[in-house]
Design a protein around this ligand. Structure first.
Ligand code: TPS
Length: 344
């Protein structure tokens, strides 16, 4: 029997783990890896950056759109992005998995491969986790990181006059999700399977590539505040603005390249949904789409004058807040589109 006919319930836990362990990324930051009651990891900096993020079937992914590999890759990538957003370097992951008994075992081994695919280039290892049965798939990842002696970059440090900058892509994941949800890209499994104009957008949704080196680079360059964009540019810019007690004013003209890059996706969507205005749709994805996990950071003007770190480009300015005024502006005015993703 191959792993596509073997179901999770056909194996006992130790047999399933024996198939997973060899696939997990390993590294020398670990003294005791998976298999014991707990792992022992090094913390060279003396401080540990920790974050956790969960993926829930039919909320964050659909089994009909995503392979196990895609989900593993995404679960790792979005956690790694949270570490980068503190200005840190990811070191290790702990992965807890809830899976239905009828799930093919190769979905789970695919997930382990996907975790490795995202974690290995980032220098992170998987050091442990837990397995349980349940009605739907849930992947909960905890990630650790190291600051390499630097101060963490918080959301709360932005000052009026700072430059607002972004690294990574904007709206691509939301465009891919819309294409999958509309049927315009249905049946497309992952980047290699998706063809035609929809392929890069579907790939961006299924396999986001956060600009991880940008985190430590921004910290080293003197970023005053940073977060990763998971729920949409406007919503996450609002979080940074609120935490810092400032107003973030985004410059529409600096986002027009991002909007035009999404026009092919809007055109494909228009084929299945007649009332789509391509430019407006693409603009909404850029401003309100989530899950690209780019880095939104602010830099003092004198830092920006010497050149932003690799991957970052200016997209706006930090202003002094106006009492009771909006925290996020677009060209000086309240944005005319929804803020972004809301969980509940
Ligand atoms: C099947 N979505 C879910 S969570 C989220 C977004 C944009 C924001 C980030 O969440 N439907 C399906 N898959 C999706 N990914 C979405 C909708 C959209 P978190 O902060 O929990 O990482």
């Amino acid at each position: 029997m191959t792993d596509s006919t073997v179901r999770v319930r056909d194996l006992d836990e130790s047999e399933l783990l024996a198939r997973i362990f060899p696939l997990l990324p390993t590294g020398d930051a670990v003294d005791v890896g998976p298999g014991d009651d707990a792992a022992v990891v090094r913390a060279p900096d003396g401080r540990v950056v920790v974050s956790t993020d969960v993926l829930v079937e039919d909320r964050h992914f659909r089994r009909s759109w995503s392979t196990g590999f895609d989900v593993g890759r995404r679960a790792a990538a979005q956690n790694l992005a949270d570490i980068a957003a503190m200005g840190a370097r990811p070191t290790s992951l702990v992965v807890s998995l809830v899976v239905p008994g009828d799930l093919p075992v190769d979905w789970v081994t695919g997930l382990a491969r996907g975790l490795a695919d995202a974690a290995t280039p980032a220098g992170a290892t998987v050091v442990g986790g837990d397995l349980s049965g349940g009605d739907e798939i849930v992947v909960a990842v905890t990630v650790h990181g190291d600051l390499d002696g630097r101060a963490p970059v918080l959301r709360s440090g932005a000052q009026p006059g700072d430059v607002v900058a972004h690294a990574g892509v904007l709206g691509r994941s939301a465009a891919g999700l819309a294409l999958l949800a509309s049927g315009a890209a249905s049946g497309q499994h992952g980047a290699p399977g998706a063809r035609g104009p929809v392929a890069p957008f579907v790939a961006a949704y299924l396999r986001p590539e956060p600009p991880l080196p940008g985190g430590p680079a921004a910290a080293a360059a003197g970023a005053s505040a940073m977060l990763d964009v998971s729920d949409g540019l406007l919503r996450d810019a609002g979080r940074l603005a609120r935490a810092s007690g400032v107003t973030v004013d985004l410059t529409g003209g600096r986002l027009s390249g991002d909007v035009s890059a999404l026009l092919p996706a809007a055109v494909e969507l228009a084929v299945v949904s007649e009332d789509v205005d391509g430019w407006q749709q693409a603009r909404r994805w850029v401003l309100s789409g989530g899950e690209d996990h780019g880095l939104l950071a602010t830099f003092p003007a004198e830092v920006a004058d010497h050149g932003l770190p690799a991957g970052f480009r200016e997209i706006g300015e930090v202003r002094t807040p106006v009492d009771d005024g909006p925290q996020v502006l677009l060209d000086g005015e309240e944005p005319d589109v929804p803020q972004g993703w809301d969980h509940f």
